[in-house]
Ligand binder design. Structure first.
Ligand SMILES: [Zn+2]
Length: 55
């Protein structure tokens, strides 16, 4: 997988399950750009944290 910012194939994917939602963080080790998806939908990290703090 390639980074959409610097086009290097240095993207690390971290998969988590938050309240039974699949959350994936993709992080580039070159330019440090990060993107988050929840259930396959891209979203801001604040939305992820909100979902994680809901009970
Ligand atoms: Zn990058």
């Amino acid at each position: 997988m390639r980074c959409s910012v610097c086009n290097e194939s240095t993207v690390v994917e971290v998969r988590l399950v938050v309240n039974s939602h699949v959350v994936v963080m993709k992080s580039c080790s070159i330019c440090d750009s990060r993107s988050w998806t929840k259930d396959g939908v891209e979203m801001a990290v604040t939305g992820i944290l909100e979902a994680a703090s809901k009970r």
